[in-house]
Write a protein that binds this ligand. Structure first.
Ligand code: SF4
Ligand code: SF4
Length: 92
């Protein structure tokens, strides 16, 4: 039987090339709390976010640690997570 491991939380690349002591933004702890709307991607003026499919073929953001300038605008624009939190559906 074919088995696979879907990713769980925010995906990153180039974390090791990060040159800041400020933490990278965590867009979601559980991928159930990301609907792939791309709002975070659209607001990132540093082009640090790309939308890429996971192993199930659904689009999720990936943050580039080298490009990210830690403005955290991507966190404030995520209306889906705010809605999920208000409804008590934020998963660990
Ligand atoms: S804005 Fe939120 S829900 Fe939309 S793709 Fe980004 S993390 Fe996912
Ligand atoms: S913190 Fe700013 S630069 Fe980094 S991914 Fe979010 S919007 Fe882009």
């Amino acid at each position: 039987m074919h088995t696979y491991e879907p990713h769980k939380s925010t995906r990153y690349r180039n974390k090791e090339k990060s040159n800041s002591t400020k933490p990278l933004p965590e867009l979601y702890k559980n991928r159930d709390n990301c609907c792939g709307c791309s709002a975070c991607y659209a607001i990132c003026s540093a082009q640090a976010i790309t939308m890429e499919t996971d192993v199930e073929g659904f689009l999720y953001p990936i943050i580039d640690g080298e490009k990210c300038v830690r403005c955290y605008r991507c966190l404030s624009v995520c209306a889906f997570k705010v809605d999920q939190e208000a409804r008590g559906f934020l998963f660990p």
